[in-house]
Write a protein that binds this ligand. Structure first.
Ligand SMILES: NC(=O)c1ccc[n+]([C@@H]2O[C@H](COP(=O)([O-])OP(=O)(O)OC[C@H]3O[C@@H](n4cnc5c(N)ncnc54)[C@H](OP(=O)(O)O)[C@@H]3O)[C@@H](O)[C@H]2O)c1
Length: 283
C-alpha cells in the first residue's frame, strides 16, 4: 500500500478570533493538516484546538514582544519539525486622525501590522525554505490601497505590508516559497465589527464573513495565488484609485464617506479602559 502523503503543517497567527479562527477551522478540514495557533489569549487557542479535530498545538505570545518570533520558531521546531504554510494574519486598528493620534498611533500600528509580520517571517523563513514547496500568506487590507480619513496609521501599515510582500514574492519564488497576499474589504469580526455598515440596509451588502476571507487565504496559500481581494469585487476600489484618483479622492473626502471609517474592537477596548481609569480616579 502506498504511504499517504502528509498534510500541510500550518502556522496561523491571530487564530483566537475572526479571520484567523475561521482560517484555522478551514485548514483543519484539509487531509492530514497539522496546525499551530498563535495569539495572546491562550484559553481561546486551547478551546479552538480542542474542537478542530486535527493535530493542533498553540503558542500564546504577544507577537510584538522582542522574543515573540523566536518563541514561535522554537515551538514549531520542537513539535512539528517543518513548515508548509505561514499565515500572517494577526493585526489590529486604532482609528484616529493624525492630529489626534500622532506618531504614537502610527508606531503602535506599524509595530503589530508590519514589523511583527516581518520579524516572524524572518524567523520562520529558513524552515519554510527547507520545507519548500511552501507558502506565506500576508493578510493586508483593501485599506492598504485606498485610505480614508481616520485610518492613516492602519492604511500605512497595510500599504507597507503590500509593498514588502510583492518584493518577497519575487525573491522567494525561485526557491519554492510562494508569497500570497490577501486584501480583505469589510469583514464582520470581533476586532472589526463593522456595526455602522451592518446596521444600515444601504451598506449591509458591503460586509462579508470571516469564512469567505478564510477561503481567500487558502487560495493564496495552498492554492499559490499571488493576490486575492475578498470579497472579489473590492479589486475595483484598488483599480479606481490608480485609474481615476480624482474621483476616488472626491468620494472619500465627502462627509458621507465617514461611515466607512468604522469603529474597531481596539477602539472600544481603549474607550472602556479610559472610562475604567476615570471611575477609579479620586474625586
Ligand atoms: N475584519 C476586517 O474588516 C478586515 C479588513 C481588512 C483586513 N483585516 C485584517 O485581517 C486580520 C485579522 O483581523 P480580524 O478582522 O480577524 O480581527 P480580530 O477578530 O480582532 O482578530 C485579530 C487577531 O489578532 C490577534 N492579535 C492582536 N494583537 C496581537 C498581538 N500583539 N500578538 C499576537 N496576536 C495578536 C488577536 O488575538 P489576541 O487578542 O488573543 O492576541 C486576534 O486573534 C488583521 O490583520 C486585519 O487587519 C480585517
Amino acid at each position: 500500500m502506498a504511504a499517504m502523503a502528509p498534510g500541510p503543517i500550518c502556522v496561523v497567527t491571530g487564530a483566537s478570533s475572526g479571520i484567523g479562527e475561521a482560517t484555522a477551522r478551514r485548514l483543519a478540514r484539509e487531509p492530514g493538516a497539522q496546525l499551530v495557533l498563535v495569539a495572546r489569549r491562550e484559553e481561546r487557542l486551547a478551546e479552538l484546538a480542542r474542537t478542530l479535530g486535527c493535530p493542533t498545538t498553540w503558542v500564546a505570545v504577544d507577537l510584538t514582544d522582542d522574543d515573540g518570533p523566536q518563541r514561535v520558531l522554537e515551538h514549531v521546531e520542537a513539535h512539528h519539525g517543518s513548515l508548509d504554510l505561514l499565515v500572517n494574519n494577526a493585526g489590529s486598528a486604532w482609528r484616529a486622525t493624525f492630529a489626534q493620534g500622532g506618531w504614537e498611533n502610527v508606531r503602535r500600528t506599524m509595530e503589530l501590522n508590519f514589523d511583527s509580520v516581518v520579524r516572524l517571517s524572518e524567523a520562520l523563513l529558513p524552515l519554510l525554505r527547507s520545507s519548500a514547496p511552501s507558502a506565506v500568506v500576508n493578510v493586508a487590507s483593501t485599506a492598504g490601497r485606498v485610505a480614508r480619513g481616520g485610518t492613516g496609521a492602519y492604511s500605512a501599515s497595510k500599504s507597507a505590508l503590500i509593498g514588502w510582500s510583492d518584493a518577497l514574492y519575487a525573491e522567494e519564488r525561485p526557491g519554492g516559497v510562494h508569497v500570497g497576499l490577501v486584501l480583505p474589504g469589510f469583514i464582520a469580526t470581533e476586532g472589526f465589527p463593522q456595526r455602522e455598515l451592518v446596521d444600515r440596509w444601504a451598506t449591509r451588502w458591503l460586509v462579508s464573513t470571516p469564512e469567505r476571507a478564510a477561503e481567500a487565504i487558502l487560495d493564496a496559500g495552498l492554492g499559490r495565488r499571488p493576490e486575492r481581494y475578498v470579497p472579489r469585487p473590492y479589486f475595483v476600489a484598488g483599480a479606481l484609485r490608480i485609474l481615476l484618483p480624482r474621483l476616488v479622492r472626491r468620494a472619500i473626502g465627502g462627509g458621507g464617506a465617514a461611515v466607512l471609517t468604522t469603529r474597531t474592537g481596539a477602539d472600544a477596548a481603549e474607550a472602556g479602559a479610559e472610562v475604567g481609569a476615570r471611575a477609579t480616579e479620586p474625586s
